[in-house]
Write a protein that binds this ligand. Sequence first.
Ligand code: IVH
Length: 705
Amino acid sequence: MPKEFLDKNDIEFNFIKNKVLSLRKEIDKHNIAYYVYDSPTIDDLEYDSLMDQLVKLESSYPSLINNNSPTQRVGSKPSLSFKQVKHSIPMLSLSNAFQDTNIISFDNRLKSFLFNYELINMEDNIDYFCDLKLDGLAVNLRYEKGCLVSASTRGDGYIGEDVTANIRTIKSIPLFIHDSVPDVLEVRGEIFMNHKDFQRLNDYQRLNGNKTFMNPRNAAAGSLRSLDPVLSASRKLNFFAYGWGEITGITDNLRKYSNSDHQTDLHSSYHSSMLNWISSLGFPINSQYHRVVNNVNEMIEYYSEINILRDSLPYDIDGVVYKVNSLYFQDLIGYSSRAPRFALAHKFSPEESVTQLTDINIQVGRTGAITPVACLNPVIVGGANISSATLHNENEIIRKDLRIGDFVRVRRAGDVIPEIIGPVLELRSQDVIFFKMPTLCPVCKSKLSKIDGESVIRCTGGLYCSAQLKQRLLHAVGRKALNIVGLGDVLINKLVDSNIVRSLADIYDLNIELLLRIENIAIKSATNLMESIKKSRHPKLDKFLFALGIRHVGEMTAFAIAKRFISLDSVINCSLDDLMTIPDIGHKVASSVNIFFSEPQNIDLIRLLENRGLEPESFVVESNNLKPLDGKTFVITGKLKNLSRENIKKYIIENGGKVVNSISSSTNYLLSGEDPGSKLIKAKEANVTIINEDDLLSLVERINI
Ligand code: IVH
């Protein structure tokens, strides 16, 4: 309408209209600064006043109200159900990978594809865009001429639910794009809930007697799919854009973000530049964690870095996503029916999974301990492929109510050995089988027996049981013991099964000819093995003691015994009391050692080994390694005159001694200050030497008292 024909009302209306439009633009700008970038450009009061002005103008001129207004985020009434929306471009899924090797194959696959198209050389690498894989819900936001016209969930990928009303309540999602935009622009990304908002929501739910949500993802889904936008608005949801759907009517603005000036289509762009453009329109993107990498090692590096900081993020992620950065390459590589071939989700492996318990096997250990072991359908848990898990003992199976054929939950965190948590009872079928512990050893058919007070069942076959023998041999030749390289479980099984080896001593009777008689052994391996056996004839005393496989004697204990008795003969001849003088060796360990050396068959074995040239080296006392209070145990009582309790303790420990709280037969000294307590009497009764601070100093300086 020509200006001169406008009456006063029209002029006023136009003025108001312009005012409303500029207020909306300004408020939207502040919204983006606040909700997208977390950096407000004005304070709350100023913002409220702008909003107030807009609300007032709109209520006086209702004809100006439209859906693009920031005042209209919460407005519609609860609906009875969601409308269905057909996606103009399907919302596909992503292929998953859990292991580094999968990433390497993915990269190789794409490289050879692009090489075959003569788009890259053999030695070229592909650039990948890396992003976090948010654990939320995918949405498609459709803008027509800059207005948000529909927001939909992924649904089955082809048809989703219309959640526009709820999406409009999310402040970081623009209702209107003020920049010049394509006629149709679909922005895709993830809706998610921050941990703190999730906690707050669950606290609120609990307080009001409502059901709580399992995790932030469920809470986000529940809120987004609530039929009441007012309720949805009260729950704080976030959004990060990670991609796009339909874009028609490309604008100069978009072209600016494309890589090459002379090309006018998207093929000249990168995923990274497209996301920058989307961000410039006012959409939040997770740029803090975006990275463009240019080889497979950097992809894996990105994954590891993110894995480390995963727990410190304010939201849940379940992995990272890699996308070929070049949109031209993306287009050529294309899609399968369910996922793009140019993208891959590198997921954090779940620390818990469900799989089927297919059988329960019996394992016979070195000391005859019988352990039931679960056979599982292989499943990836905590980054490893798990196909078996120990069940410890029969009671454990009963306690957990496990039956063969059950679906079970398996847990494994980090390096921890996998554990079966329990059956998924909802999945239990009629034909699951009760497990019955055998009464005879499955290997040697000897009786199984249980020592009172112990939960372990043992095979009574001793070395007659080939399973026990194999385990003992494996232990004895292991790296921490005699360190015979090349003698692994496969060869030991063959040597025992063919009756060539019946004891550790027989290993030292092996020769090349004997070894070569065994299938699949090459001359080279046989020669190397003979060399390694030869070298093992002079083990350090502690390694030899460890190799003997005495119950309760681990590496550390073996070392302590060797250090205390220096030679093998003194170990063999030592008494229970001698053993008890070693710090950290209690009655259980001492008597186990004592019993071992009082059994004639064990001494026979040692003599047989000696006859075959096995000669443990005596323990070498490295004088500078010894400390003046080594092996001495102290108890402190009363008030000390020079040093505090803490410092005296430190002093004793630094000089090799040990401080305990109460007097026992293994206490060497009572360090007594002023006003000693009952410990003094006890020390006298137990014949413990009583010293003062000066005496302690003399002891350390090796002056005898
Ligand atoms: S790209 C063709 N990037 O993961 C699908 N997806 O498992 C392209 N997701 O439905 C998706 N974070 O909901 C992409 N940075 C990210 C993502 C992401 C989370 C979700 C998304 C998708 C699912 C696929």
